[in-house]
Each structure stands twice: as C-alpha cells, then as structure tokens.
Ligand binder design. Structure first.
Ligand SMILES: Cc1ncc(COP(=O)(O)O)c(C=O)c1O
Length: 366
C-alpha cells in the first residue's frame, strides 16, 4: 500500500501518527447509537483504563474535545464545595487554576519554580496553614511548557497522609510515563488521544475509580457538557456518549491503543528516551541549553533557550524547519526566550538525526 505523506511533528501534540492510525478513520458512515459503536466505546474505554489501573475497578470516561476538555471536566466535576489546591509550576498548572476560578471553585494557588522540583515540606506547610482544609490537590504530571516532571509518587503520599484527593493532568505524560493509579491512590487522571497514545486529536478522557465516580452524584455540577458524573452514568448505563461523539477519531484511537499495547508503555517511553538522549546531545553540540536539568526532566518535551545570536528569529527558524517538513513550537510564555522540541509520536532516532541536521544547517545561516 502507498505510504501516506508524513510530516515530522516535533511539537508537543498532535503528534506524528502511523499510517494505520491515519487510515483507521476512513470508514463507512456510521451511527454512533448502534451496538457496534457501543462495543467500540466500551473497548476503547477499558483499553485506556488498563494502562493506568485495573479496568474492573476503574473506568475511563471519554469526551469529544481536546485535552483541555478532560482537564476541565475533572476540575469542574470533582471538587464541588471542597477546597482545591493547585500546584502552579508552569502554563498548564496555571490553566487549572484559571479553570477553578472561572467555575467559582474555592481554590488556593501553590506556586513552585518552573524548572525545579516541588519542595514537599513547603507544600505540606502551605496546605496546613490554609484556613479551610484542602480537600483536593491538582497537579500536572509532566509540565509540557518546560519538560519538568512532577513527582507524583511523593505527592500521592502527601495526599494520603493529609486525606486529600489527588487530581492529575496527565495529558502529556499518559501513555509514556507509567502510572499506577491504584498504587498511588490517584483519584482522577485527565488524558488525551493525540499525544503519547499517538492517536488523532478530538478525544480526551478522565479515568477514575468506579466508587469515586459514583460519589460524584453528590457533588454539585458546575458544567453541563463536561459533567463527568453524567457522562459516566451514560457510559455505564448505555455505553454511549451523552452527545455526538467523534466517530472516526474513536476508530483511530482504538488502532493507536492497539499499537501502544503492542509496543508496551515502558518500551514506548524507552524509545522516546533514546530519541531525547540523541536530541539533547545534538543540541549541546550546537551550543543550545535546556531550561530544565536532565534529572528533573520528563525526556518527552524540552524547552530550549533560544540562540543569543542577534540575527536569530524564532519565526525564521520555524519557517526553515517547515520547508523540511518539521514543526516545532515557540516557548509557552515562561521562560519567554525559549522554544520547544517534543520527541513523542511515531518517530525514531533517524527522525531526530534528520532534525538535528536541518537545525544545524539553519544555525549556520545566522
Ligand atoms: C499538560 C497539558 N495539559 C493540558 C493540555 C491541553 O491540551 P489541548 O491543547 O489538547 O487542549 C496540554 C496540551 O499540550 C498539556 O500538555
């Protein structure tokens, strides 16, 4: 079969996908209210749950929407009248804080440096001095704006010790960085189809233990479309989305999950790490420096300080790379003088070598 045109997306998602994933969305027109589609929903949901926990005790609730939709469903549906603490050490932590505020959720912001690990003793102290007891803690597993990896294991111990529910935005970690929700006592995780799962954009999800999801019945809903409990009830009662689902994207997601399960989450992460090692060694040789030190790094997405050369302009570099079929992203606000390179998706070391070669050629033009 003829190969599909391939672009090398070294931006942090949507990622480069396999031909099988791209082709899986070309199907006969289908009603999403028929048995065949119900079975597909159930299958995809349990495949995702199985990556993070036991699919008997945990349930994955899918939503039509990007990663933000799942994070918003999680934040707006689980805290209710509780008191949320959001760890803000990057753009996506800040976004959860904004979400909580926009729903009128009682929220405290814990600010932590964007390039350093969270100081747990300080965080615990911060939690202890709150006038209203913290009931939920929200954190980003992998801060995609910098590449900083937050230590979920330590945070989960802190939460257990203080009887706090842990909410994790794992949008850019899930599918590569192994996580065991049961062992770590994580209440809810938000994820997306189009990053490490290597599916197509349009579907995101929240995973929770079934008993925790049942408890949401008593939590006052703050959102209509993204109401996690209502979507959960639809899933368990009818095996259906409440509203029109992205039919074709769900087919592609099933294929992507089959590929992920075949490769294995550990092995996928190993492949990404090999790409990252090659990438960062190459960047170092070109005189470029990462924002986050390797020991605190996810090894999935890297914020890189821009060259200081006066003739450098991100837009020119972006255009040069685009001419060679490569996409990278500008830094996300903090720090302002950075750009980002992701090494996730259906990519190999050969792709990274190609990228480094093109980047070197561009830098020689400065
Ligand atoms: C950690 C994290 N959370 C949330 C999002 C938002 O996802 P989306 O842009 O798909 O809405 C992203 C996107 O990169 C992310 O990396």
């Amino acid at each position: 079969m003829k190969k599909e045109k391939r672009n090398l997306l070294l931006n942090p998602g949507p990622v480069t996908t396999s031909d099988q994933v791209k082709r899986a969305q070309v199907i006969p027109d289908k009603s999403p209210r028929e048995k065949e589609f119900q079975q597909l929903i159930t299958k995809v949901s349990s495949m995702i749950s199985g990556i993070a926990a036991s699919s008997d005790r945990y349930k994955t609730i899918l939503f039509g929407g990007s990663g933000t939709a799942a994070v918003e469903a999680m934040i707006s549906s689980t805290v209710g009248d509780g008191h949320l603490c959001v760890i803000n050490n990057g753009v996506y932590g800040a976004r959860m804080l904004e979400m909580a505020k926009s729903y009128g959720i009682s929220v405290a912001e814990y600010k932590s440096p964007l390039d350093k690990p969270i100081t747990l003793t300080e965080l615990e102290q911060f939690i202890k001095i709150q006038k209203t007891a913290i009931t939920h803690l929200a954190v980003v597993h992998h801060e995609t704006s910098t590449g900083l990896l937050n230590d979920i294991e330590s945070l989960s111990r802190l939460c257990k010790h203080n009887n706090i529910s842990l909410l994790v935005d794992a949008v850019s970690a899930f599918g590569a960085i192994p996580i065991d929700m049961e062992k770590l006592n994580v209440s809810f995780i938000a994820g997306s189809a189009n990053k490490n799962i290597q599916g197509l954009p349009g579907i995101s999800f929240v995973i929770g233990a079934k008993d925790e999801l049942e408890k949401l019945k008593k939590v006052k809903a703050k959102n209509y479309y993204l109401n996690l409990y209502e979507q959960y009830i639809h899933f368990v009662t009818f095996d259906l989305f409440r509203f029109t689902p992205p039919v074709q994207t769900l087919h592609a997601l099933k294929t992507a999950l089959e590929e992920l399960i075949k490769e294995g989450v550990d092995k996928r992460y190993e492949r990404y790490i090999s790409c990252w090692n090659l990438l960062t060694n190459g960047l170092k040789k070109l005189g470029l420096k990462l924002v986050v030190a390797p020991e605190h790094h996810s090894k999935l997405v890297s914020a890189v300080y821009e060259p200081t050369n006066k003739s450098y302009k991100f837009e020119n570099m972006h255009a040069y790379l685009a001419q060679h079929g490569i996409t990278i992203y500008k830094g996300k606000l903090a720090p302002a003088n950075s750009f980002r390179i992701a090494n996730i998706g259906d990519i190999t070391e050969k792709d990274i070598q190609h990228f480094l070669h093109v980047l070197e050629k561009y830098l020689l033009t400065l």
